[in-house]
Design a protein around this ligand. Structure first.
Ligand code: HEM
Length: 401
C-alpha cells in the first residue's frame, strides 16, 4: 500500500473493498483516518471519508452530498433505482417515499409488534437449543430476520430463502464492480424476479406491509415500480444488516470475558450491548454519495459530481471520538454511533433491528447458562456488509425446574 500526502489533498491506493482488506479492515481504516478528512482514492475514482466528525458532517448535509444519483459506486446499478427508492433519492421524493415506511417502522409500531416478534424468536431459539451445539448463523442470525421481515411483508413462505443470496448480491453491488460482484448478479436477478412476481400477483398476507403498499398504489399514492422497489429495498435493508448484527452479538457473548455473566446479572444493559455491537462490528461498512457542487470536507477541496465514500465502520472506530475504540465496553452505550447512518437517510428500520436483536438476547438469557465457541467462526466476504458465514456455538441450558 502506498499513501502520498500531496500539497492540497491526501491520496491513497488502499482499496477497502478488496477481499484481504475487507475481511480485516481496521488497520486500513486507521491509515485512511490518519491521512486526512477526505482521501483521494484514484484507483476507484472516489474520496474516502473515514473520520467520525467528517462522516457526520457529510451525512447531515444532504443538499451537497446527495443520494439521488444513487448510493452505489457504479452507475449501472444506480440508474435503475435512482429517484425510485428511499435510499437513492433526495427531497422532496425522499420525503414521500419515506413517509410510506414511517407508520410501519416507527418505534410506536414496534412497541405494538414487540410481543409477536418475541414469540417468533422464542420458538426459533427453543428449537435451536434443543441441540447442545449448532451453527448460530443459519440457525438464529438468519432464521430470525427471515421469519420476522418475511411475515411483516406478508410474503409467501416458499421463495423466502432467495433473500439469503439476493440480499448479499444486492449489497455487494454498491461497491466498485469486481469479479466477486459480477458473479453474484444472477442471485440478485432471481431475487428481483421473485419480488416482481409476488407484487404482480398481489399475493401478500392481508394487513401486511406488502398489502398496505399495494393499497397505496391502488389509491394513486405511489407507482407500481416504486412499490416493487420499496418492497425490495425494505427486504434487503432489513435482512443482511440484522443477520450480521445478531451474529456479531452472539460472537461477543461467546468471546468477551464476563459479558454473558454481566448481562445475566443486569438485563437492563441489553440495549447498550446492541449499540456497542453495531459500533464495533458495523454491519454496513460504507455507502456512496455524490457532490452537487464544489465543496470541501474538513478543509479538503472536493469538486462537483465527485463520488464520496462514507465509511460508517471507520467512523465508529475513530479514536478521535471514542476512547479505546477497538475495545468492547458494555458501559459505553454509544447511542451516537454511525452504524445506522445519520441525517435524513438515517436507518428507517433501526427500531425493528433493535427489537429483533434484544428479543434474541433476552430469549437466550432466559434459557442459557453458558455460551461458548464450539469451533472457529468463519467470516463471509462481502465488500459492503460485514458478517459471518458460520459461528459454531455450544450452550448449556439453565435449570428451569
Ligand atoms: C442492525 C441492523 C441495521 C443496520 C446496521 C442498518 C444500517 C443502515 C444504514 C447505515 C443506513 C443509512 C444509509 C445512508 O446513509 O444512505 C440505513 C438506511 C435504511 N435502513 Fe437500515 N439498517 C439496519 C436494519 C434495518 C431494518 C431492519 C430495516 C427495515 C426492515 C432497515 C431499513 C432501512 C431503510 C428503508 C433505509 C433507508 C432510509 C432512507 O434513505 O431514508 N434497516 N440502514
Amino acid at each position: 500500500m502506498t499513501t502520498t500526502p500531496t500539497q492540497s489533498y491526501p491520496v491513497s491506493d488502499i482499496d477497502i473493498f478488496d477481499a484481504p482488506v475487507s475481511l480485516n479492515p481496521y488497520a486500513a481504516y486507521r491509515e485512511l483516518r490518519d491521512l486526512g478528512p477526505a482521501v483521494r482514492v484514484p484507483s476507484g475514482d472516489y474520496w474516502a471519508v473515514t473520520r467520525y466528525d467528517d462522516i457526520k458532517a457529510v451525512l447531515q448535509n444532504h443538499e451537497v452530498f446527495i443520494s439521488g444519483k444513487g448510493t452505489a459506486h457504479n452507475d449501472m446499478f444506480n440508474e435503475p433505482v435512482a429517484g425510485q427508492v428511499v435510499l437513492a433519492s433526495d427531497p422532496p421524493v425522499h420525503e414521500r417515499l419515506r413517509s410510506h415506511l414511517i407508520d410501519k417502522l416507527s418505534p410506536v409500531a414496534m412497541r405494538r409488534l414487540r410481543s409477536t416478534i418475541q414469540q417468533i424468536v422464542d420458538d426459533i431459539i427453543d428449537a435451536v437449543i434443543a441441540q447442545p451445539s449448532f451453527d448460530a448463523v443459519p440457525a438464529i442470525a438468519q432464521a430470525v430476520p427471515m421469519k420476522v421481515v418475511g411475515d411483516l411483508m406478508g410474503l409467501p413462505e416458499e421463495g423466502r430463502t432467495l433473500l439469503l443470496k439476493g440480499a448479499d448480491a444486492v449489497f455487494s453491488s454498491f461497491a466498485p464492480l469486481s469479479p466477486a460482484i459480477a458473479e453474484r448478479i444472477p442471485h440478485a436477478q432471481a431475487y428481483f424476479a421473485w419480488i416482481d412476481e409476488v407484487a404482480a400477483q398481489g399475493a401478500f398476507t392481508p394487513g401486511s406491509w406488502g398489502d398496505a403498499l399495494n393499497d397505496a398504489v391502488v389509491r394513486g399514492l405511489m407507482s407500481r415500480e416504486e412499490m416493487t422497489a420499496t418492497i425490495s429495498a425494505l427486504l434487503v435493508a432489513g435482512f443482511d444488516t440484522t443477520v450480521n448484527s445478531i451474529a456479531a452479538s452472539l460472537r461477543f457473548f461467546a468471546e468477551e470475558p464476563g459479558l454473558w455473566r454481566a448481562l445475566q446479572e443486569d438485563a437492563s444493559k441489553l440495549p447498550a450491548v446492541f449499540e456497542e455491537t453495531v459500533r464495533l462490528e458495523s454491519p454496513v461498512v460504507a455507502f456512496f454519495r455524490r457532490t452537487s457542487c464544489d465543496t470541501e470536507i474538513g478543509g479538503v477541496p472536493i469538486p462537483a459530481d465527485a463520488r464520496i465514500l462514507v465509511v460508517y465502520a471507520s467512523g465508529n472506530r475513530d479514536e478521535r471520538h471514542y476512547p479505546d475504540p477497538d475495545q468492547f465496553r458494555i458501559e459505553r452505550n454509544p447511542v451516537d454511533h454511525l452504524a445506522m447512518g445519520s441525517g435524513i437517510h438515517a436507518c428507517a428500520g433501526s427500531a425493528l433491528a433493535r427489537v429483533e436483536a434484544v428479543s434474541v438476547t433476552s430469549s437466550l438469557l432466559q434459557r442459557i447458562e453458558t455460551i461458548e465457541l464450539a469451533g472457529e467462526p468463519v467470516r463471509r466476504y462481502n465488500p459492503i456488509v460485514r458478517g459471518l458465514e458460520s459461528l459454531p456455538l455450544s450452550v448449556t441450558l439453565k435449570d428451569r425446574s
